[in-house]
Design a protein around this ligand. Sequence first.
Ligand code: BG6
Length: 500
Amino acid sequence: MKMNNVDKISKLQQTAIVIFGVTGDLTKRKLIPAIYELYLAGRIPKELYLIGFARRSWTDDHLREVFIDAVKTYSDKDYQETAVNELFKNTTYIESTFEKQAGYDQINKLINEKKIKNVLFYLATPPDSYDDIIQSLGNHNNNHVAPGWTRIVIEKPYGSDLESAKKLESLVHTVFEENQIYRIDHYLGKETVQNILVLRFANGIFEPLWNRRYVDHVQITVAETVGVGTRAGYYESAGVIRDMFQNHLMQLLALTAMEAPVAFSADCVRDEKVKVLRALKPYSPEEVLENTFRAQYGSGYVNHERVKAYKDEDGVDPLSVTETFLAAKLYVENWRWSGVPFYLRSGKRLPKRMTEIAIHYKQVPLPLFNWQNTAGDAPNVLVLRLQPDEGITLTFGAKMPGPVNQIAPVKMDFDYETSFHSKAPEAYVRLIQDALYGDATLFTRSDEVIAQWAFTDRIFKGWEISKRKYLPVYEAGTWGPLGADQFIQGNNRWWRNPEN
Ligand code: BG6
């Protein structure tokens, strides 16, 4: 039987969220504003216990102040003093290193003393602390101490290659059951990403055209204007491939290509996504080199501001060959998609922040129009604009007014904000809510993460044989170097101009 929200909230009485790495950026920028928003919307109970766990020597009061400040600084919602006081009244800080025993005993003590029924552990630390935390939670029986449920939320990066991901998986599974584990890919929490399945499966007109018979190719772009910022320590060994491709881009691909699930339940949706990931054409090292293109940003102008080259950023090795731009061509070798290329690209320091999925349809036969289509080579493109200008556009050819049959490209447009009079909410609001309600649909399952790494590992193998001493450089504020265009033009296709 389905539970309504009131039932779900009443089941959440006496719940604690234990945040490891509570002093970090993620907590104040994302987690606390999201918890506040859920609280204001009445989607979590009034009595919530927030337990922060970190190394710095802070007190309960200091943590409360930091939370209040996070609401003031980062929440889109109005600041309401009474709400904030109530929400943060049960805030406790545990000062401990992640491998130290006492901290974990303290968690258990609190759970017993406060008669806490359910616990959500949230790993908001850098990934090198995951092993210690998970192992310690197991050693101290923290995973079973609450009488209700115990769950764990794990942030990305989830491993750094197939082997490390498998190791992490086996450790997590020695302590938690799969249904207790919530692996975050925050793109799945985005409203427009969830809308991919609604567009496809709640409408009659798109799905019949969503296959190799009609689709020429698909382009998935995640473009950012930001550079590496203060994260060089992590990014230098990650690059776009680990930071964006292995997770966000592959999830967008899976949602675009998957079959209809039997139901909107965690397992049914994830069963279908994993089939796509397993159907990806496995590339040999030589094929990897043909089907991927990487580059690094140089200096340039972004939003009229002069920005540094990647190699000049703080903490970056001046000889770095870490890619900040990646384009890849993938094939989903199944009945629906055989032969249809999926072009994925992502980069930092591009001219515009923009995430979109563009379905390019095949050209019609043109003898009626003197073999010409002035609307473009294949004018039908369905663009799912995921952010920041959320909406969907269909372009098609229409007759230009006048005595001759000339075709011009025109658009049908849906704009999220105009239609719903609101901006799409922050991904973390939905994700934290779902982790508390016990719905794992928008979290990645073990087999998905492993399939994503298995494919990504093949790319590493290809890149290893061509040990690069330098990468092509693109001027910051441009759509990548010439090679990025040549990469797709070699197949007689073009990157979509995001201004169109
Ligand atoms: C994160 C990456 O997962 O996603 C960042 O680590 C990236 O490098 C960010 O900037 C992009 O997220 P969003 O929601 O701003 O598109």
